[in-house]
Design a protein around this ligand. Structure first.
Ligand SMILES: C[S@@+](CC[C@H](N)C(=O)[O-])C[C@H]1O[C@@H](n2cnc3c(N)ncnc32)[C@H](O)[C@@H]1O
Length: 201
């Protein structure tokens, strides 16, 4: 148990270390861009991880960050203190959100749905906690559209999924099938990453 905790701590540290150059060379800007789409006052971030969105959280909103891995959450809590961000945290999963129905104006997540074990359940929980007319914003790496690239991702997924990373998820379709009304899909990095904006009808 102690060993598992130790490796999870190392993983959280390594995540920040390896993301640091990516953040500096464009991802931070992208995070800022998508967070401008947040509407309303009550906002939920799913899979907050080590809190890399915290530095670009918009002003004047109340954010709750949900994250199932406590060691990731620990780093997010430290980051929130540094940036004096108006965020509170709960250790929980997208598939079982500990909130009442229709609580949030916006739900957002970045690079999370590739890891969610049961994405259908995750989307049904999002629909439950979003207000009618509320907004869903996702920045996700997904199965690319092209025939060749998608085949490569399907093959690679056999290995990455062993580590819980599903790189060929059809997240737009999953969201749509769950009942989210898709308003916008923007391809980033040749469609390997997609910005998905939707609404609870
Ligand atoms: C690739 S990291 C992204 C972290 C952060 N959102 C970011 O943009 O840097 C994926 C995160 O999703 C979290 N995650 C995995 N399964 C989840 C679930 N079922 N519900 C919520 N978060 C989950 C992981 O623990 C991890 O922190």
């Amino acid at each position: 148990m102690a060993l598992k905790k130790f490796f999870r701590k190392i993983f959280a540290l390594a995540y920040d270390f390896f993301m640091s150059p990516v953040e500096r060379t464009g991802l931070r800007k992208l995070r800022k861009k998508i967070l401008r789409l947040v509407k309303g006052e009550n906002v939920l971030e799913l899979g907050v991880g080590t809190g890399l969105n915290i530095p670009v959280y918009p002003d004047g909103v109340k954010i709750i960050g949900v994250e199932p891995k406590f060691e990731m959450l620990e780093r997010a809590i430290k980051r929130a203190k540094i940036f004096k961000s108006n965020v509170s945290f709960i250790c929980a999963s997208a598939e079982a959100l500990p909130f009442e129905d229709e609580k949030f104006d916006t739900v957002f997540a970045t690079f999370v749905f590739c890891e969610v074990n049961n994405p259908e359940k995750g989307f049904s929980e999002i629909l439950r906690v979003l207000k009618s007319g509320g907004r869903l914003i996702l920045l996700e790496h997904v199965r690319p559209d092209g025939k060749f690239a998608s085949k490569i991702f399907d093959i690679a997924n056999r290995f990455t999924s062993i580590f819980g990373e599903n790189i060929n998820r059809r997240t737009v379709e999953l969201a749509q099938r769950s009942g989210i009304k898709i308003e916008k899909v923007e391809n980033i990095y040749d469609g390997v990453v997609k910005l998905i904006v939707g609404m609870k009808p």
